[in-house]
Design a protein around this ligand. Structure first.
Ligand code: PRX
Length: 573
């Protein structure tokens, strides 16, 4: 089989002229790309990749703005059997370098820059920085001209996208691959400092991508589907780049930020392009809700018939606003639980079939055996009692391994219950009707604006700074972002106070931004002479969480070596 054939060629006989992609740039430029045009563009680029020596099984990194070319690059890789790994454009040069090196990629596809929030995201200069500090495996860099601003091009290594496709044929025989052939790697955070390359298959991945697009989003022939996720995340893979196309639908791609030029942008796009199915994250809903009803009320949202959410539990207030102000009380809301590792929606309602309850992702989809179990792996039958969320049986779009580290795959996802179940890493409960309610992570992973980050990743970034000796990172609830990062830091020499502390906070925030990306910048940084530890030397993380939330300390602190640090961390000394 070939994934690109299934997403594009399959539709050519019946709907070559149907719009596959509606694109809108942040500055208002729009493009409609038909299935025929998409076929031609993907084939030309695939031929360009082949001409540069990329072949089946090679890894290709895609570090691009949200433009049709990002999807074309993904599809072109799939067409020739190359394994792509998309790195979110908001990740820093260092994060990009780590991913390139872990995947031993031969090619990097990027752009001069993208438009976001009224600014240019400097993708090429970040790529140059990444490549200057390693990445020996990269032979070629392909650069899309998007922002048009001046960038450096390195002779022999860097090639413009338009030159790569110049003279290439608009047809390209797909590379027929085994159903288990890896389609892509996508790096995600876990409990250690090092992100893991989640490896997905071709046929199984595509199968769940298609069926969930059809079942959960109920896609019909005349639907216009807009999933707002960037292709740098799994949601953008399954509900922008692959699923909707494989289902033969029309999918919307928007390049920019949600409040550019104002908080009505999303709703204007829905009106202008007659979006009928809209899928976004609770954090975006909360952020837009803050600006009031007048923005959505300015636009005609009558084309919308179905709404979806993903990435974190949705709070009642945001659910009500989404339901009444966006959905005008007539659109079902599908709250979809899933993960980078699961490839597609796992626990989610089927609109018109499953009665929804605000805040619950409802029930597992057909074929998915989700359950909540106790420490011994026994199913919890008591209503509303929390436990481990597990999947009892493999499913088609299940991750196949962690790239280059099968043992880490086994240790991470099958550490308990004699390896009988897939451990999702979330805690959950089931109510009396058997509906699932996700309660939070059971590991050291935090969810910032729907983006997954390991607290250890942020800790390693902090201790890589010259002045930092030790750091512990926890989260506290945040009104818009869901969770915010709080870092407790021990510096070399005297503890920074007052002006010095202020400038050190600024410096460390920037530093973490450079090491990982802006989303990882801590909201709060507090300094102390030491971290609260048990006698055996373990950091008391629960105590740190209490301090981060500003709650009253109920834990026993009498065993602490230095009780004064608690006052320092609370900012009382
Ligand atoms: O904790 C769960 C939360 O997001 C985690 C997966 O993150 P990631 O791999 O980045 O994928 C996000 C997009 C699929 C889960 O372990 N999560 C995801 N969806 C929901 C959710 N929490 C509650 N409700 C959801 N609908």
């Amino acid at each position: 089989m070939n994934v690109s054939w299934n997403c594009i060629d399959k539709h050519l006989e019946s709907s070559a002229d149907k719009t596959a992609i509606i694109f809108e740039g942040e500055q208002g430029d729009t493009r409609h790309i038909s299935y025929q045009q998409l076929h031609d563009d993907v084939c030309q680029f695939a031929n360009g990749l082949k001409a540069r020596g990329v072949s089946k099984g090679d890894r290709v990194i895609i570090y691009m703005p949200m433009t049709p070319e990002a999807v074309i690059a993904m599809q072109a890789c799939a067409r020739i059997g190359a394994i792509h790994s998309v790195v979110f454009g908001g990740f820093s040069a260092d994060s990009l370098r780590d991913r390139i090196e872990d995947a031993s990629a031969v090619m990097l596809i990027t752009a001069d820059g993208g438009h976001r929030g009224g600014k240019i995201v400097e993708l090429k200069s970040a790529a140059d920085k990444a490549l200057s500090s390693g990445c020996e495996s990269i032979k070629d860099v392909v650069v899309l001209k998007r922002s048009g601003h001046e960038i450096d091009m390195k002779d022999g290594r860097d090639h413009w996208w338009h030159d790569v496709i110049e003279g290439q044929a608009t047809s390209c025989e797909p590379e027929w691959v085994d159903s288990e052939h890896p389609l892509f790697l996508l790096y995600t955070s876990g409990s250690t400092g090092k992100p893991k390359g989640i490896q997905h298959s071709s046929a199984g991945y595509l199968l769940n991508a298609v069926v969930t697009n059809l079942w959960v989003f109920d896609l019909q022939d005349d639907d216009i589907f807009w999933c707002t996720a960037d292709v740098g995340w799994i949601t953008g893979h399954t509900y922008v780049a692959y699923g909707p196309l494989a289902a033969g639908t029309t999918t919307v791609i928007y390049e920019g930020g949600p409040v550019t030029p104002d908080a009505g942008r999303f709703w204007k796009i829905c009106e202008d392009h007659k979006v009928s199915v809209f899928y976004t994250a609770p954090t975006a809903i909360r952020a837009l809700m803050k600006f009031g009803d007048e923005f959505p009320n300015k636009y005609d949202l009558s084309s919308i018939r179905l709404l979806g959410t993903v990435g974190e539990p949705i709070n009642p207030e945001a659910w009500m606003w989404y339901h009444s102000v966006i959905g005008k009380e007539r659109c079902p809301i599908v709250d979809t639980w899933w993960q980078t590792e699961t490839g597609a929606n796992m626990i989610a309602p089927i609109p018109g079939v499953t009665a929804t309850k605000p805040g619950s992702c409802t029930r597992a989809l057909p074929g998915i055996e989700a359950d909540v179990v106790n420490e011994d792996g026994d199913s919890i039958t008591e209503a509303n009692k929390g436990g481990y969320l597990v999947i009892r049986k493999p499913w088609p779009s299940m991750l196949r391994t962690i790239w280059g580290d099968d043992q880490r795959y086994v240790d991470t996802y099958f550490p308990k219950f004699d390896g009988r179940f897939y451990l999702a890493g979330d805690s959950a409960r089931k109510d009396a009707d058997g509906y699932f309610w996700i309660m939070g992570r059971i590991d050291d992973v935090v969810n910032i604006s729907g983006h997954r980050l390991g607290t250890m990743e942020v800790e390693s970034a902090l201790v890589a700074h010259d002045r930092v000796v030790e750091a512990a990172v926890v989260s506290r609830p945040h009104e818009v972002k869901g969770e915010a990062i709080v870092a407790f830091v021990i510096c070399k020499g005297e503890r920074p106070v007052q002006d010095e502390a202020e400038s050190m906070v600024k410096e460390l925030r920037e530093w973490v931004g450079e090491q990982i990306g802006p989303i990882a910048k801590p909201d709060d940084i507090r300094f102390a002479d030491g971290l609260p530890k048990t006698r055996s030397g373990k950091i008391m993380r629960r105590l740190l969480r209490t301090i981060a939330r500003g709650e009253e300390i109920t834990q026993d602190t009498s065993t602490l070596e230095n009780e004064a640090v608690v006052l320092q961390l609370q900012g009382k000394e």
